[in-house]
Design a protein around this ligand. Structure first.
Ligand code: NAD
Length: 260
């Protein structure tokens, strides 16, 4: 379905981003991966995707907290692979603390990676999409783009901002063949939430499964984690012709969290 398209997925060396990248490659898209990690492991992932799906796969370690690096990443993908038709602004970081103890440098970092990077990437990618008259922008927001939780001031601010930014770009690109959507996962088992599960688990003798149950009990009515594969399948749908009129949305994938 996506043969001839190029997808740039930020934060795709692990977790949700890697699953999205895999699913887009399975549909035939060439890929630009981005994110941090151990060089050998990243190269194994990169080469593995190329071999498994017969697509071109590049990687850049651009640090998305740096605006110039974000712009450079988009231009690198265009030079190396011939465009950015699908842009998934997915990289994200978390820090939890009450407002009076929230470190200002963590605030800046979270706003930088989770919100400003999406602005810088879209700013540079949209003109390339306009030239082709087709584009798909998918921003990884969160239930925390729709509702709040304690001790997540920067994350909630960034994700609410990202949902708003998504709507603006959707309006500005409406009718041009480009769509811009966000999606809002509840708890997904990735490195990002592992510390939150471990914190709960430590209160019940280190039992990871019990920690997971406790984390979900607070918020996610299904009592089941969202899987990265479920998310990736939704992103593939957003890239299809069937989704050509879906733009400016922020769909929860959250086991009922935001229905409460
Ligand atoms: P993850 O930690 O597995 O992935 C984060 C990715 O971002 C990694 O590839 C990492 O290397 C990359 N990254 C971090 N800082 C970066 C930087 N400065 N520059 C470039 N890359 C950077 O976590 P994940 O859960 O897969 O998170 C992906 C996205 O999903 C994030 O935006 C997160 O906020 C969002 N999300 C996650 C959950 C969840 O429960 N896991 C829920 C809702 C939303």
């Amino acid at each position: 379905m996506l043969k001839g398209k190029v997808a740039l997925v930020t934060g795709s060396t692990s977790g949700i981003g890697l699953a999205i990248a895999r699913a887009l490659a399975r549909e035939g898209a060439d890929l630009m991966l981005n994110g941090f990690g151990e060089a050998q492991a990243i190269e194994k992932t990169r080469a593995g995707l190329e071999a498994e799906f017969g697509v071109k796969v590049g990687w850049s370690g651009a640090d998305l907290s740096q605006p110039a690096a974000v712009a450079g990443l988009v231009e690198y993908a265009v030079r190396r692979l011939g465009g950015v038709d699908i842009l998934c602004n997915n990289a994200g970081i978390q820090h939890t603390a009450p407002i009076e103890r929230f470190p200002p440098e963590k605030w800046d970092a979270i706003i930088g990676v989770n919100l400003s990077a999406a602005f810088h990437a879209m700013r540079v990618a949209v003109p390339h999409m306009r030239k082709k008259g087709w584009g798909r922008i998918v921003n990884t927001a969160s239930v925390h783009g729709l509702v709040a939780s304690v001790e997540k001031s920067a994350y909630v601010a960034a994700k609410h901002g990202l949902v708003g930014l998504t709507k603006v770009v959707a309006l500005e690109t409406a009718g041009s063949g480009i769509t811009c959507n966000a999606f809002c996962p509840g708890f997904v088992l990735t490195d990002l939430i592992r510390p939150q599960i471990e914190a709960k688990a430590s209160k019940v003798g280190g039992d990871f499964a019990a920690g997971t149950r406790e984390l979900l009990a607070d918020k996610q009515p299904s009592k089941q984690l969202v899987t990265v594969e479920q998310i990736a399948a939704y992103i593939v749908f957003l890239c299809s012709d069937a989704a050509a009129q879906i733009t400016g949305t922020a769909l929860p994938l959250d086991g009922g969290w935001t229905a409460q």
